[in-house]
Design a binder for this molecule. Structure first.
Ligand SMILES: Cc1cc2nc3c(=O)[nH]c(=O)nc-3n(C[C@H](O)[C@H](O)[C@H](O)COP(=O)(O)OP(=O)(O)OC[C@H]3O[C@@H](n4cnc5c(N)ncnc54)[C@H](O)[C@@H]3O)c2cc1C
Length: 366
């Protein structure tokens, strides 16, 4: 039996996680007139979506996701259109740099192109900001972590880092592995389901990304696309990351070093990145206006211990049971990894968040 704390708050729908999936669920439920609270462990919204901004808050680039593929992603297309957010093609014109031989000069060649690969004006953060600002005041409780869930009568009791909540419905949008690893589920969940959650890798959770901003996109002057494919590093792969007309001018790269090496040599990383860009693009790369690095492996609200201990893998479509309701219709899972389409991607987060909202609306109607 759960002892109810007199300070327990009664909430109709509690959403855990203010990433894209959680914000989508809250937006749709509030539009339908239902009361929602989002609890978010960190001090900002967006989760894996995180942008770099200048001192005047202008968007410079992404440290989380960058790309959408509108021809193949109807949900991303629909949601971006809903908020009149523009997309533009990823710049891929020109030759790529192959930085392969540690003892030789980089060479120029071709890199594979992707049909439909696109950037979002203002980054995916533009979508997060539109969703966040459409929510009712007091919807968001930041710095509040879900710790434990138990069942009591017809409701769920949540223990959070900020107190106790009694909720009619609970939507959990934190990465599945993290939910299995960090939340006490008591008798709410079958151990087989917890095992299934643990088997779902968190897409990109162990990656680190660097965004390097320059005054102008000088690499384009030389007919270079901005793409680097490297075995010399530290960026294993880099891409042009400029705004639609080349400004703000930026390159982003995935750092190809293991997480423990990155952490150990963090103080050397920026210099090594600039050295690599000078080697690949020439001396104009010497003086970036800014370098930002986000190491997602160090973010314990995204990357689980199991993600760190196992090789990274793209999430597969999880069995349908993960998309069903649990705890007698009171609990739903809706992180991007639970999606029925494009699991792990932005499209997946929109799919999962919309699906959970629809499930609750159907139950609430019935
Ligand atoms: C480097 C990188 C590059 C990527 N590139 C692409 C790309 O180009 N295109 C693409 O489509 N996708 C890409 N992705 C994936 C994309 O970012 C995700 O699909 C999407 O952002 C996931 O959203 P989500 O809401 O499901 O989860 P998340 O964004 O992970 O949100 C979960 C939220 O839950 C919070 N939380 C965790 N634990 C608790 C707790 N106990 N209590 C309360 N809150 C908690 C977290 O702080 C977080 O805010 C990339 C991801 C990364 C990291």
């Amino acid at each position: 039996m759960t002892v109810t704390d007199p300070k327990t708050r009664r909430i109709q729908i509690t959403i855990v996680g203010a990433g894209l999936a959680g914000l989508t669920t809250a937006y749709l439920l509030q539009k339908a007139g239902l009361d929602t609270l989002i609890i978010e462990a960190s001090d900002r919204i967006g989760g894996r979506i995180h942008s770099v901004r200048d001192a005047e808050n202008n968007f410079l680039g992404d440290l989380g996701p960058t790309w959408v593929w509108p021809p193949y992603q109807p949900l991303a297309t629909k949601w971006l259109q809903r908020f009149s957010i523009e997309v533009y093609p990823q710049h891929e014109e020109g030759r790529a740099v192959h930085d392969i031989d540690p003892n030789g000069e980089p060479t120029h060649g071709f890199a594979p192109r992707q049909e439909g690969i696109s950037r979002i004006l203002g980054g995916p953060q533009a979508l997060v900001d539109c969703l966040g600002s459409a929510l009712k005041p007091k919807t968001l409780e930041l710095n509040s972590s879900l710790l434990a869930v138990s069942q009591s009568d017809k409701r769920l009791t949540l223990r959070t880092s900020q107190g106790q909540i009694s909720t009619q419905y609970l939507v959990v949008t934190i990465p599945m592995r993290l939910a299995a690893e960090t939340v006490e589920w008591g008798d709410c969940l079958d151990p087989n389901l917890i095992q299934l959650m643990s088997a779902a890798p968190t897409w990109m959770a162990t990656q680190a990304k660097a965004t390097i901003v320059y005054e102008r996109p000088f690499w384009r002057d030389k007919g270079l696309s901005g793409q680097i494919m490297s075995r010399v590093g530290p960026m294993a792969e880099a891409h042009d990351h400029c705004g639609p007309n080349g400004f703000p001018a930026a390159i982003f790269g995935f750092i190809g070093l293991p997480a423990d090496t990155r952490e150990k040599h963090r103080d050397l990383l920026e210099e090594a990145i600039v050295d690599q860009l000078v080697r690949c693009f020439g001396p104009k790369a010497t003086k970036p206006t800014s370098i930002s690095i986000e190491d997602w492996a160090l973010n314990s609200n995204i990357c689980s211990k199991l993600d760190l201990a196992t090789p990274p893998a793209h999430p597969q479509l999880l069995p349908g049971i993960i998309r069903e309701s649990h705890c007698d219709g009171k609990l739903f899972f809706a992180s991007a990894e639970t999606a029925a389409r494009s699991p792990g991607l932005i499209e997946g987060a929109l799919d999962a968040g919309s699906r959970a909202a629809t499930q609750i609306l159907e139950l609430d109607d019935g």
